[in-house]
Write a protein that binds this ligand. Structure first.
Ligand code: SF4
Length: 467
């Protein structure tokens, strides 16, 4: 019996009630137990448990130190392709987004991996959108096989496959598979995933089991916090993890905690998860699953990351560029648009690197391993502009448009991003850098969506998270 059947029978309403309404006594009783049940976990997510955060943190820290020592593993995502046949409302790779697309060749993937190795990375996560034509099983196998000789640890975060299609990837050298369910709320899932095979909730939910059957021995799951209520999502993730620990016992398991955060011009979270909630969740997961790895995103503010690491985090991405070719500028010679699965070459007005070289912006991220900035050779800064009248492309409902003007570096880089750029470290005017941080109001001009006019040029200023 797959997890789908188990999932359909979960006593979720009872757990959610406990997670929202548990009283102090129930929290204390759960904390007193040496091993926790899922009901105890629900109590530890409750508002009442927030009053016991210190005790939870102390126990979580002890367990983490005991099971994982002082080690935290760093990994780097290596984006192979931003082609995708799905429409996910929160993701800039969505097929209807008129962004520039590129799939790296195997040689380019090797170049990117070597650049990461130079920075000290030994664990790479190969990431790609879901597109059977551009990101075929053969292509993935060739990438893994080429990297296997040089990279000690390879994991994949790609479109879900059948067991038989996963097997050659394992044979080629891939060890881990990461697949987020995004949200465990079926209705919301259907609303957010408007087209493509990803609409099949159950198929995605069974992916870790198919991967395990194919031989993957590291499985990663998670929800995207900020879509449905975080407590409900956490309960479902916990139930899923408990199932996998029982049925896929030869594999190690990691839980990811990606969080959508408010950011100007990007997909806005549908629900709020405060920093304190995230701390509570990390502690509760550690208490429930002492041996399961917890993964934190570099998108989180540095201070929060530093505080969370001792409490339970065991794996973290670092120095990440979330666009194909982001580490070396690879792929610039074959950037294109994709319409209905066909490659559309760019016109000179859209992309002409020979005539209009644009220097690569310097990276703001520094390697956590070497303390050095990654090398960014010049040249790869594709435009995200399109002519609405000529292509007939419309911005998706979660994009904003504004008349064309000089594009900021951030928007140009956003063109190749799978989940949008990492949020800027601000959620309100008081967090803004520069003038706003010094107490002055931001001068950033506000803009509003308006009806498109003939000849308008579109600029994507929103492309956001996903997986
Ligand atoms: S979240 Fe994944 S499947 Fe959805 S559009 Fe983005 S890359 Fe494609």
């Amino acid at each position: 019996m797959s997890f789908v059947a188990t999932f359909n029978r979960l006593p979720l309403p009872d757990w959610v009630r406990r997670a929202r309404e548990a009283e102090d006594g129930a929290v204390r009783a759960s904390l007193a137990r040496p091993t926790l049940s899922l009901e105890d976990f629900a109590h530890l997510l409750s508002p009442a448990a927030a009053g016991h955060l210190e005790a939870m943190a102390a126990r979580a820290q002890r367990l983490t130190r005991q099971r994982f020592g002082n080690v935290i593993r760093l990994f780097a995502p290596l984006y192979l392709s931003n082609e995708c046949i799905n429409n996910c409302r929160y993701c800039g790779f969505s097929r209807d987004n008129p962004i520039l697309r590129v799939s790296l060749t195997v040689d380019e993937v090797l170049r990117e991996a070597r650049a990461l190795q130079e920075q000290g990375f030994r664990n790479l996560l190969l990431v790609a959108g879901e597109h059977p034509r551009f990101v075929s099983n053969g292509y993935l196998r060739d990438c893994v096989a080429a990297l296997h000789a040089e990279v000690p640890s390879l994991s994949l975060e790609v479109g879900p496959l059948e067991t038989a299609d996963y097997a050659p990837l394992v044979t080629a050298g891939a060890e881990g598979l990461v697949v987020y369910q995004e949200t465990y709320d079926r209705d919301l899932y259907a609303d957010l995933h408007t087209a493509g095979p990803k609409r099949n909730f159950d198929w995605r939910l069974e992916t870790p089991e198919r991967a395990y059957a194919a031989g993957f021995r590291r499985l990663g799951i998670g929800a995207l916090y900020g879509l449905a209520d975080w407590r409900t999502e956490a309960l479902c993730v916990a139930a899923h993890a408990a199932y996998l620990l029982r049925h896929c016992w030869k594999a190690t398991l990691t839980l990811s905690l990606p969080r959508l955060r408010p950011c100007a011009g990007e997909f806005q979270p549908l629900t709020h998860m405060a920093d304190r909630d995230l701390v509570q969740l990390v502690c509760a997961f550690r208490l429930l699953f002492p041996d399961v790895g917890l993964v934190l995103s570099t998108r989180e503010p540095a201070r929060l990351r530093d505080g969370l690491i001792p409490l339970g985090i065991t794996l973290m991405s670092a120095g990440s560029h979330t666009e194909p070719g982001g580490y070396t500028g690879a792929g610039q010679s074959h950037v294109h648009r994709t319409e209905r699965g066909r490659i559309v070459e760019l016109g000179a007005s859209e992309w002409a690197p020979a005539q209009r070289p644009r220097p690569r912006p310097p990276s703001s991220s520094t390697s956590l391993i070497t303390g050095r900035r990654p090398k960014w050779p010049g040249g790869f800064a594709p435009s995200v502009t399109s002519r609405s009248g000529k292509t007939g492309m419309r911005p998706s409902r979660h994009e904003r448009i504004r008349p064309h003007r000089e594009r900021p570096v951030r928007a140009r880089r956003a063109a190749l991003h799978p989940r949008g750029l990492p949020p800027r470290p601000r959620v309100s005017a008081t967090h803004r850098r520069g003038g706003a941080q010094r107490g002055k109001p931001s001068r950033r001009p506000e803009f509003k969506a308006r009806q498109l006019q003939p000849g308008d040029r579109l600029e994507i200023v929103q492309v956001v998270a996903g997986g």
